[in-house]
Design a protein around this ligand. Structure first.
Ligand code: ADP
Length: 266
C-alpha cells in the first residue's frame, strides 16, 4: 500500500536531475504534447538544461514534434550499467517509446509492459545533469500515472486543458488525481490551450471558439495558478507537424507565449 506521506526513498531521485515536472491533461487532444514540447524548448532557450520523456506510451508524439522519428538511441556504459542515451535536439534531451517499437506495436501492449517500459526510460535514461525533466504523460488517469509517481518523485504537475466544459471536467479529475492521497503531487498550475483564435485579417478580434475564461474559473475554484494561455494558431499546429516547435522563435507572438509559460513554471 502506498503511503503518500512516507519520506521519498533515495532511489526515487535521479542523480543530477533537479526538478521533474509532469505535463498532464484530463482529455486527449487538448494540446498536452504540443505544450510539453514547446515548454521544453522554451526552458532550454531560457538557459536551463532540459530533458523531455515521452511517457504517452500509447500515443507517443514527441519524436514527430522534434522531427527525430528516425533516431535510434544507443546504449552507453555508466558505472558498469547500460544507460540509454537520449536523443538531443533544440537543446532538449528526449526519450520516447516511439524510438523502440514499430508505430503500432505499443498500442496492443498490456498495462504491465507499458509501465515496465516507462520505468526503464526513466531509470535507465542517461539524463546526466538536468534542471528540468518534463514528462509528457498519457491523457486521463491511468496505471502509467501511478507507475511514474512510484518510480520518481515529481516536483509538480502542469495540467493542460482547453476552456471547453468537457475538457475542464476532465482537467478537474486530473487535478484531483494529483492532489489525492495516492499520488499527492503539487499542481503547479493550469495551462489554457486553444484559448482563442485571432484571424490575420481581424488582428484585434479574439474569437473564443472553446468558450471564454474556463481555465481561469477552474483555477480560481481549485485554488491553483493559471500559468498561461496559448491561442489557437495555425503555425503552432504546423510547427508540431514539421518538428519545429514554435518556441524555437521566441520573438514571434506564439514563441513569446511559450517563453512566458516557461517563466511561469520555473
Ligand atoms: P494531446 O497531446 O493533448 O493529445 P496534441 O499536442 O497532440 O494534443 O495536439 C492535438 C492537435 O492540436 C495537434 O494536431 C496539434 O498540432 C494541435 N494543436 C495543439 N495546440 C494547438 C494550438 N494552440 N494551436 C493550433 N493547433 C494546436
Amino acid at each position: 500500500k502506498i503511503n503518500p506521506r512516507a519520506p521519498i526513498p533515495e532511489q526515487k531521485m535521479l542523480a543530477g536531475v533537479k526538478n521533474v515536472i509532469a505535463v498532464a491533461s484530463g482529455k486527449g487532444g487538448v494540446g498536452k504534447s504540443t505544450v510539453a514540447s514547446n515548454l521544453a524548448v522554451a526552458l532550454a532557450n531560457l538557459g536551463y538544461k532540459v530533458g523531455l520523456l515521452d511517457a504517452d506510451v500509447f500515443g507517443p508524439s514527441i519524436p514527430k514534434m522534434f522531427q527525430t522519428e528516425d533516431a535510434r538511441p544507443v546504449l552507453r556504459k555508466v558505472d558498469g550499467k547500460d544507460k540509454i542515451v537520449p536523443v538531443e535536439k533544440y537543446g532538449v534531451k528526449n526519450l520516447s517509446i516511439g524510438y523502440f517499437v514499430e508505430a503500432n506495436d505499443a498500442l496492443v501492449w498490456r498495462g504491465a509492459m507499458a509501465t515496465g517500459a516507462i520505468k526503464q526510460l526513466i531509470g535507465d535514461g542517461d539524463w546526466g545533469e538536468l534542471d528540468y525533466l518534463l514528462l509528457d504523460l498519457p491523457p486521463g488517469t491511468s496505471d502509467i500515472h501511478l507507475t511514474v509517481v512510484q518510480t520518481i518523485s515529481l516536483t509538480g504537475a502542469v495540467v493542460v486543458s482547453t476552456p471547453q466544459d468537457v475538457a475542464l471536467a476532465d482537467a478537474r479529475k486530473g487535478i484531483s488525481m494529483f492532489t489525492g492521497e495516492k499520488i499527492n503531487v503539487p499542481v503547479l498550475g493550469l495551462v489554457e490551450n486553444m484559448a482563442w483564435f485571432t484571424p490575420a485579417e481581424l488582428p484585434d478580434n479574439k474569437y473564443y471558439i472553446f468558450g471564454e475564461g474556463g481555465c481561469k474559473r477552474l483555477a480560481e475554484e481549485l485554488n491553483v495558478e493559471l500559468l498561461g494561455q496559448i491561442p489557437i494558431v495555425q503555425s503552432i499546429r504546423e510547427g508540431g507537424d514539421k518538428g519545429e516547435p514554435s518556441a524555437l522563435n521566441p520573438d514571434s507572438v506564439t514563441g513569446r507565449a511559450f517563453a512566458e509559460l516557461g517563466e511561469a513554471v520555473v
